[in-house]
Design a protein around this ligand. Structure first.
Ligand SMILES: Nc1ncnc2c1ncn2[C@@H]1O[C@H](COP(=O)(O)OP(=O)(O)OP(=O)(O)O)[C@@H](O)[C@H]1O
Length: 514
């Protein structure tokens, strides 16, 4: 079991599959003007300027120096000491003091959430100086303690959106899990399991980043808080269109989308805040990791720079994929409108401008069918052994009664990113298939123990789907490589993949014959 998965809390284990379109199915994920799937995808940046607080309003010396124009998506900042000199910044979207939480969600979060439901990774991150409104934008905020009126931020809205969508979609089975961590003074803490501290960041086989061993510590405002929601969406195909009973469906595979919701700690100028002791140390730690984040953004924004210093901080290491990797990223720059914070505001706006230059390459995360088939075979063996009153442990090495759930949960980090956004088999996927097919030779080994309960027809169907998906795809890929690129090296590697796949293919063919 992948250690990064044991913290996960299973929230739902989806609706039963059905063929008929659900009556109240939410609109299919749209691609808004704001976040489109295209070759030149990049980090999208929204600026949100908060209203003046009551304390700021009551002061006579506070004058607004930041002006937003949501129609033109611009922010204008008055230069220090001047009434005529302004600097203008243009972003993907700009929201002023009158923007509601729902407005912010619609512009900067919903498109990402819908992509996660389709099997892409997504990150929504709030950046800005301390007190600029990051937590207000992301979290669930009680604004009036007396009447407990709440203004939900992006995190609860995203979770509600995901659950609503999953429970209305009767065509797929969903498994949704969540973890909540904070990075405090360069240690990672699991906010759902306060006993575990200083968790380790690990890299998965497919290049994804996860935290090993993570499950309410008081969340400190001097920490970066990250909520991770993993959505696994099982897709089905019908074996027999005249019979829509559950037994006639087979799983085609699992789409896995991971959503990172990041409430960054605010930067703080120590000279200005006058913080001392622990507070000063905390602030320095936060500033250091934000500096590291800035360096990574600058490096990613400049194509001539090849080394990106992700390892300089836990924050950047964890957000590696969100900064130009296999993730669609929406950055929200929170700013305060008054003159006291002009320097911090300018610095945040410049950070946002740099971030808009960071390209991303999100691909569809799809778990292979043969993995699903392998799991089915193991489950069937297990249930047959149970029926026979045998000791299941002795037969199914490593398969425990929770194997179905564990295997599903594991798929989040182990899944292969098979197809890129154009539906082509990616080179990384080829490498992963090669690795996996050489690492998992026990199809043959277990063949005596594996009794196929699911029926010949289902196996044939799986085999066909499997062949279509991998062998045909790769055959095409090989031909394309030979014809278009003429690269013998790539053709060889495609041929190797084909060869190892044909071994598996042979196994399935034998299974059908016996
Ligand atoms: N859009 C908004 N509308 C109304 N009040 C807001 C808005 N944004 C922020 N505030 C208020 O401003 C104050 C500071 O906001 P918040 O705590 O979210 O800042 P922060 O950036 O998360 O700060 P820190 O980095 O210190 O955690 C809070 O009292 C919050 O309620």
């Amino acid at each position: 079991m992948n250690p990064g998965q044991c913290f996960k809390r299973s929230i739902i284990h989806g609706a039963p599959p059905s063929d008929k379109p659900p009556p109240d199915m939410p609109p299919s994920p749209h691609k808004s003007h704001f976040l489109q799937n295209s070759d030149n995808e990049r980090v999208k940046v929204t600026v949100r300027s908060r209203p003046l607080t009551k304390a700021e309003e009551s002061r006579e010396d506070v004058i607004p120096v930041v002006f937003v124009n949501p129609d033109k998506s611009t922010v204008t900042v008055r230069r220090k000491g001047s009434f005529v000199d302004y600097t203008e910044f243009k972003f993907d979207a700009v929201l002023g003091a009158s923007a509601t939480q729902a407005d912010v969600y619609a512009v900067a979060a919903q498109p990402i959430v819908l992509d996660v439901l389709e099997g892409y990774n997504g990150t929504i991150m709030a950046y800005g100086q301390t007190g600029a409104g990051k937590t207000y934008t992301l979290a669930d905020v009680v604004i009036n303690d007396a009447i407990q009126s709440r203004v939900e931020g992006i995190i609860p809205r995203s979770a509600a959106n995901i659950f609503e969508y999953a429970s209305n979609d009767k065509n797929h089975e969903y498994h949704i899990s969540m973890s909540y961590i904070q990075i405090y003074m360069e240690t990672i803490q699991d906010l759902l399991n306060p006993e575990t501290t200083n968790l380790q960041i690990r890299e998965a086989e497919d290049g994804g980043i996860f935290i090993a061993g993570v499950h309410e510590n008081a969340h400190s405002s001097r920490s970066h808080a990250i909520v991770i929601i993993t959505v696994e969406k099982k897709t089905f195909s019908l074996l027999d269109s005249t019979n829509s009973s559950e037994g006639r469906r087979i799983s085609k595979g699992i789409l896995v989308g991971k959503l990172f919701l990041v409430d960054l700690a605010g930067s703080e100028r120590l000279k200005k805040s006058g913080s001392e002791g622990l507070r000063a140390v905390e602030a320095m730690s936060v500033n250091m990791s934000l500096t590291a984040l800035g360096k990574c953004i600058s490096a990613r924004a400049d194509p001539s720079i090849t080394h990106v210093p992700f390892r300089d901080s836990k924050l950047t290491r964890l957000l590696q994929e969100s900064l130009g990797g296999n993730t669609k990223t929406s950055l929200i720059i929170n700013i305060a409108p008054c003159c006291d914070h002009i320097q911090e505001t300018l610095s945040s706006l410049k950070f946002g401008i740099r971030a808009m230059k960071v390209g991303s390459r999100a691909i569809l995360n799809f778990e292979e069918e043969f993995r699903v088939l392998n799991r089915h075979l193991q489950e069937n063996t297990q249930s047959k052994d149970k029926q026979a009153g045998n000791d299941t442990k002795s037969h199914n090495q490593g398969v425990n009664p929770e194997s179905h759930i564990d295997a599903q949960t594991n798929s989040g980090s182990k899944c292969s990113n098979i197809l890129d956004h154009k539906g082509k088999v990616s080179r990384r996927a080829e490498r992963n298939i090669l690795k996996k097919s050489t690492k998992e030779p026990d199809f043959g080994q277990d063949s005596k123990d594996v009794s196929v309960n699911c029926g010949e027809e289902e196996i044939r169907e799986l085999q066909r789907a499997y062949k279509k998906h991998y062998v045909d795809e790769l055959q095409n890929e090989k031909q394309k490589v030979e014809v278009v690129a003429g690269s013998q090296l790539m053709a060889n590697s495609a041929a190797k993949v084909l060869k190892s796949l044909s071994v598996l293919d042979e196994f399935f063919t034998k299974k059908c014959e016996t």
